[in-house]
Write a protein that binds this ligand. Structure first.
Ligand code: SF4
Length: 178
């Protein structure tokens, strides 16, 4: 059985050599609370990024001219706000949808062809179970905190090349927003 440290190493090894960049055209939703946490983190670590967020139907990190998230460091291939990154970034390769008819939140995993880490997780079920626990917590907080317009907008975004790994009932407070 792998130790926690070995598991973490697995994550970095897989993501560090991956040629598909999930931080390109990512536009992860940011809640007001997360926005403040990230701004505080940037200030504390003296990371000079002006106006890091874009506000449209929902708030997300702006992109550089190549379409990469402004928090993506091309040189190290890492996220510069990793400890406080957005909920969907923590959750990936687990993604979600909300089915208004069934009243359930549905959980999906990216296919290996678009995310090698998802492939590793799928083969090593312990890893997936542990990651899913954290992903679920992050996403449930996100859907609760996002304003209705923001939640409706992000749910319109298609996520092909994923497959369903589970579902559960979601609070009416969330369902009423969509
Ligand atoms: S916040 Fe970090 S992990 Fe999320 S898309 Fe931007 S660079 Fe990638």
């Amino acid at each position: 059985m792998q130790t926690e440290g070995e598991r973490q190493k697995n994550f970095f090894d897989v993501c560090g050599t991956c040629k598909i960049n999930c931080c390109w055209d990512a536009r992860p939703p940011i809640t007001l609370r997360r926005k403040e946490i990230i701004e505080e983190y940037l200030k504390k670590h003296k990371i000079p990024i002006e106006n890091p967020f874009v506000h449209t139907e929902y708030t997300f990190p702006r992109e550089n001219v190549d379409g990469y998230c402004i928090f993506y460091d091309k040189a190290t291939r890492k996220c510069i706000v990793h400890p406080v990154k957005p909920e969907t970034c923590v959750a990936g390769p687990v993604t979600f949808d909300i089915n208004k008819q069934t009243g359930k939140i549905e959980w999906y995993l990216k296919m290996e062809k678009i995310c090698p880490l998802a492939g590793v997780m799928y083969k090593e079920k312990n890893l997936l179970v542990k990651h899913f626990e954290a992903a679920r917590k992050e996403i449930l907080r996100l859907v609760k905190e996002l304003p209705p317009e923001a939640l409706k907008t992000i749910l319109k975004r298609e996520e092909p090349e994923t497959f369903k790994i589970g579902e559960e009932e979601i609070e009416s407070e969330v369902l009423n927003k969509i």
